[in-house]
Design a protein around this ligand. Sequence first.
Ligand code: AHG
Ligand code: MN
Ligand code: MN
Ligand code: MN
Length: 324
Amino acid sequence: MQRLIPVLNNDHVPLHLISVINTLLTATKEISHLLHQGSLAGTLGSTLEENIQGETQKKLDVVSNQLIKNMLLETNLVHAVASEEEDFVVMGNPDAKYLVAFDPLDGSSNIDINGSVGTIFSILEKPDHPAEGTELFLQTGDEQIAAGYILYGPSTMLVLTTGKGVRMFTLDHTVGEFLLTVEQVKIPEDTKEFAINMSNRRFWTDPMERYIADLLSGAEGVRKKNFNMRWNAAMVSDVHRVLSRGGIFAYPADCRNPDKPCKLRLMYEANPMSFLVEQAGGRSSTGYERIMSLQPTDIHERVSVVMGSRNEVDICLDYFKKFK
Ligand code: AHG
Ligand code: MN
Ligand code: MN
Ligand code: MN
């Protein structure tokens, strides 16, 4: 089985970019080890702190953030980083060109139940025009030069795109290397599986409510087929299922909290996942617009998400057109 670096070399990925990705992976191997050790590592449970989004930080949110941030900045190849767990952009080498946005630990609520969690990352280049701090990152998803996630499940996997399709690698713990296990990821165009937090149903907007109601109506209903539902409560592991066997994943806007109608973050959750999904032949939208075309206004901005199997997402988007 091929190791990561020769695979990226074959794809003509620039050496410095390979080095950035590899450094990030070194940090994630450490996170994988901590997760594996569970209570024995003393890193489960919560801190007394909140992040800028008002979420109580888990110890592993903080530890993972420190590991990834410090290792990336030490390479001297990174100009700046943006993280879910950092209020503001953190500057690195002024002469370096790479920008890395990341969600150090995705699915934090799964940490203490020994469930699957992940790390998500998105890599951009410093823009041509003069920019500082937050401004550096305010680029559309289409500007990403690489994106991926690490899934810490029963095995630890890397799912990566540099714009030439999507590959899956599995961490071989005996040698500490990610080995190529899926050469070309293709999301089936049709599906009978959906992923959404149904407990928010009463807060959804009309299009989402009607779309899911039709899925639930089963073989006797308008869709004429029975749908199954799965929800792991970690975007990495829910989207991994979609990339592996198809499906539709949605975290739509809702009216629970009028100040924050959306849950998922554009820069380090929705954009990198959209890049992967589109590169694997799927679709990704807010319901009204393609996610990777959105012009961001803040590193922590939130967005409505519908992504996955192309034909199913298209059907869902018809509801957004019809019931606006
Ligand atoms: P994070 O743990 O990085 O804050 O992200 C959590 C997100 C995402 O991973 C997942 O899809 C969603 O929150 C789960 O939301 P619910 O708690 O509503 O299920
Ligand atoms: Mn969080
Ligand atoms: Mn997350
Ligand atoms: Mn997180």
